[in-house]
Write a protein that binds this ligand. Structure first.
Ligand code: NAP
Length: 185
């Protein structure tokens, strides 16, 4: 990927952060929907993304069904006619990250957040600075996966276990991974 947000250049560096909820089997999606219901994780997701540009694939956008409020929604699609209201559309990931970087600078945000799906996560992982992963304690069926998190590259720096709430289909842990100092992006 050549779309890594430029660090420095007189302005504050902008980190690239991946946010995902991942089953114990690596599954993140089934039938263009989430394979679980995790009301308790929604607040966490909002806190990680609000007031920032969020980059997502066209299917993820359609599965959410509407733009996420209080965030700049940047959707990647190769379809030049895809132009839903309330979002910015880019026809490739490099252009999407450039839009996100400009938006972050305009907002004074220090992060771009990538929110899926599978190919977008895989393509941005090599350039990512941090991962915010909700590890769902379940192994649901599904056909969409998060890429492997290589312990040689990623260091777990925070973990908080969350009990299953009344509107959650499983317990989960929210985990932060930072790129190891010797693992070049
Ligand atoms: N658990 C989680 O954290 C999480 C997060 C996100 C999504 N999900 C789940 O994952 C599934 C959706 O993800 P997905 O992987 O199937 O699809 P996706 O990545 O959301 O969308 C794929 C589409 O994005 C566009 N696209 C992807 N890469 C592109 C590129 N490099 N350049 C231009 N366009 C590009 C293409 O759109 P066009 O076909 O329009 O060209 C492609 O068909 C759903 O089940 C959703 O619920 C889960």
């Amino acid at each position: 990927m050549s779309g890594k947000p430029a660090a420095g250049q007189g302005a504050q560096p902008i980190a690239l952060v991946l946010v995902a909820a991942v089953g114990e089997n690596g599954v993140i999606g089934q039938g263009n929907a989430l394979p679980w219901r995790l009301k308790s994780d929604m607040q966490h997701f909002r806190a990680l993304t609000v007031d920032k540009p969020v980059v997502m694939g066209r299917k993820t956008f359609q599965s959410i069904g509407k733009p996420l409020t209080q965030r700049t929604n940047i959707v990647v699609s190769r379809d030049p006619n895809f132009a839903p209201p309330g979002v910015l559309v880019a026809t490739d990931l490099t252009a999407a990250l450039a839009l996100a970087r400009d938006d972050a600078r305009r907002r004074g945000a220090n992060e771009i957040v990538v929110i899926g799906g599978s190919g977008i996560f895989a393509d941005t992982l090599p350039d990512a600075d941090r991962l915010e992963i909700t590890h769902v304690h379940a192994s649901p069926p599904g056909e969409v996966y998060f890429p492997a998190i290589d312990a040689n590259i990623w260091r777990e720096t925070a973990r908080e276990e969350r009990r299953q709430g009344p509107e959650d289909s499983a317990a989960f842990a929210v985990v932060t991974y930072q790129r190891r100092a010797n693992a070049a992006a």
